[in-house]
Every structure is written in structure tokens, then in C-alpha cells.
Design a protein around this ligand. Structure first.
Ligand code: BGC
Length: 356
């Protein structure tokens, strides 16, 4: 009788653990299908195309490894926040399991995070950094995966400062430059503009020709701005700072059109390390760029998304580094660890490293 009782007790424990396993396993087990809505600020952008393709590819790889299916629905925001907000609201209405958002205008991120929160849909923000206040809205379920734009600005300045003549082609002790900017209110545009020149200023005096001009990340606009500056300032123009490589490629067309020679009588720096720019660097026809590591950013975004899909709480920030690229090898892509940061740690770092 005692034996029978013992047997029954063991059976009961086994049964109950099977039941609880049954309750837990569906979340972590293989064979789950997850619906993910991905909102891209605009498809017509070389850098975000690299990012988007790598993200899609890596989710497939993850699914092959863990046996889950990650269904990604991509939407093109066409550089219009109203269009994108509608797309994100549709994702929420459809009951997606997770959102990945590359916002057109990150200053409006609060509404999107709050709508997602009311439907309990976690959000991974990429590429365009929102304000710290946005990241405080729904802790654990909202995260930003990216790179610190200040670092890219510093590297741009260092690339010119490290040249033998520090960019001072005519040797008059002052580097005269133009600044081609991304769109207004974009953290990358603001920080690259600020820190590139501040960094070069530590080595040599600088002087802007005209005002910074908005090329909105666009190659054709970059060409137009550079062509006008080249005809207006002629040989006085020694350095072109461009907030990204796309606009810098336009500037290169203008430089060629004006009969000037990069690395001889003019210098140019961009950000992103687009393949076309890396190719020009290896031919000595582009001064330098800064790798905006879409490879690691997209892989980390996908890995953090999987954690969120499995119900985990995540950190507000996951960072990768920019890489200074003055030769092709510098821009090689390889998987690297991310750095996690809390909001307090981030604030502290901004204070101690950048005095912000
Ligand atoms: C990239 C640009 C890109 C922009 C879009 C920046 O981080 O450097 O190339 O066009 O993001 O938001």
C-alpha cells in the first residue's frame, strides 16, 4: 500500500511537471512563428538598404538555427512620418508580436512607443536614436540598438587632422571647409556636424565657407551643394565634410566635374563605408570614411528582438562602435560583441566623455 502510494505520488509529480513544462515550452520551443513588423524610414537610401537586407538575412539564419519562423513584414516610410505612423499603427492593429522601427522622425517616437505599449508589443528602435526620455517610457520592452553618432564625428575630424598637412592644402594655417548635412532634428546629422569640426579644431584652425547645408542624406543633393560651393569658392575650398557617404558620392561627382583631385588639392570624408566609397578609398580617390556597422547593428537588433519575443526584459541601449576607415581593410565586416548600457550609465558617459 505504501509502495502504491509512493508510486502515485511520483506519477503525480511527473504529471504536474509535464503540465507546467507544457505551459512554458511553447514560448521557448522550436516551431514557433513570430510576426514582426519592420518600418524603414525610406527604402531609397543606400545605407538603410544594406541594413535592411542584412536584417532579413540574419533573421532567416536565426530561424534555421532555432527552428522558429520569423515572418518579417517590411514597410517603406518614404521619408514621411505620417505615412510611417500609419504603417506602424497597422502593424499594431494586426497584432504583430514585435516592431522594429527606423523612424523617419525620432522626435515623434513617444506616441509610437505608447501605442505599442498599450497593445503589449515590444519595440526595437534602430539607426535613428530617439531621446533619452523616449527610452524611459516603457523600460524593459523598448530598446535602441545603434552606434553613438558623436564617435563618427570625432573620427571624421581625426581623419583630416591625421593628414600630413591636416587638410590645409594651401598652407595658410586655416582649413576652409563646407559641411553637407543630413536632415534637421536627426541626431546623426547634428553630432557629426558638431564633433567633426570640434575635433579638427584641436589640431588646426578651421573656417566654414558659407553655412552648413542640408543634403538630407541624398546623393543628388550632395552633388548640387558641392558643385555650387566649388564654383563659388574655387581653390579656397580645401575639405568637404559630409554627414554620410551617399551625399559624399554626389560631392565626388562635383569634384570631378570641377577638375579638382581628391587627396591632392581637396579632401573629403563621409560616414557609412558604402562599398562604392571603400572602392574609391582603395584607389586613393576618397580621403576616408567611418564604418557605420550595419552588419553588427542588424545582427544585434535581431538577437535582442528574439529575447523580447521570448518574454525577456532587455536593456534600453545596445551599442556597437564606429570604425575609422582610411583603407579598405578597415571596413571589413565581422561579428563583434555589443555593449549594453542603462539610461544612467549613458547619461554618465555623456557627461564624462563629452561634457554634455
Ligand atoms: C546614415 C546615413 C543614412 C541615415 C538614415 C545615418 O546613420 O549614416 O547614411 O542615410 O542614417 O537615417
Amino acid at each position: 500500500m505504501k509502495k502504491i502510494f509512493k508510486f502515485a505520488a511520483v506519477a503525480l509529480i511527473l504529471l504536474s511537471s509535464l503540465v507546467s513544462l507544457g505551459r512554458i515550452t511553447p514560448v521557448h520551443a522550436e516551431g514557433q512563428t513570430y510576426e514582426i513588423g519592420v518600418a524603414i524610414y525610406q527604402y531609397n537610401d543606400n545605407f538603410m538598404t544594406l541594413f535592411r537586407n542584412e536584417l532579413e538575412k540574419y533573421f532567416k539564419e536565426l530561424g534555421e538555427k532555432d527552428g522558429n519562423t520569423y515572418n518579417l513584414e517590411f514597410q517603406d516610410g518614404k521619408n514621411d512620418q505620417a505615412t510611417q505612423t500609419e504603417q506602424l499603427n497597422n502593424f499594431i492593429a494586426q497584432g504583430k508580436d514585435l516592431l522594429i522601427a527606423n523612424l523617419v522622425d525620432p522626435t515623434g517616437a513617444d506616441q509610437i512607443v505608447l501605442s505599442a505599449q498599450s497593445a503589449d508589443i515590444p519595440v526595437v528602435l534602430i539607426n535613428r536614436e530617439p531621446s533619452i526620455e523616449t527610452m524611459e517610457l516603457w523600460p524593459g520592452k523598448t530598446t535602441y540598438v545603434g552606434v553613438d553618432a558623436r564617435q563618427s564625428g570625432v573620427y571624421q575630424g581625426e581623419i583630416i587632422a591625421d593628414l600630413e598637412n591636416h587638410g590645409d592644402v594651401n598652407g595658410d594655417g586655416v582649413v576652409k571647409y563646407i559641411m553637407i548635412q543630413g536632415d534637421a532634428g536627426n541626431v546623426d546629422a547634428e553630432q557629426r556636424t558638431k564633433y567633426s569640426v570640434e575635433t579638427l579644431d584641436k589640431t588646426i584652425k578651421t573656417e566654414i565657407l558659407g553655412e552648413p547645408q542640408r543634403g538630407n542624406w541624398d546623393q543628388a543633393k550632395g552633388q548640387e551643394i558641392a558643385a555650387n560651393a566649388l564654383s563659388q569658392y574655387g581653390d579656397d575650398l580645401e575639405v568637404i565634410f559630409s554627414n554620410n557617404d551617399g551625399m559624399a558620392l554626389g560631392a565626388i561627382q562635383a569634384i570631378n566635374g570641377a577638375g579638382r583631385t581628391v587627396n591632392k588639392d581637396i579632401y573629403i570624408v563621409g560616414v557609412d563605408a558604402l562599398p562604392e566609397v571603400v572602392e574609391l578609398i582603395s584607389k586613393g580617390e576618397f580621403t576616408g570614411t567611418v564604418l557605420n556597422d550595419h552588419f553588427n547593428q542588424s545582427h544585434t537588433a535581431a538577437e535582442i528582438a528574439v529575447k523580447l519575443l521570448q518574454g525577456e526584459e532587455v536593456a534600453p541601449y545596445y551599442w556597437h562602435d564606429y570604425v575609422k576607415a582610411t583603407k579598405a581593410e578597415d571596413a571589413e565586416l565581422k561579428r563583434l560583441d555589443y555593449r549594453e548600457e542603462t539610461i544612467d550609465q549613458y547619461k554618465e558617459r555623456l557627461k564624462t566623455t563629452y561634457g554634455e
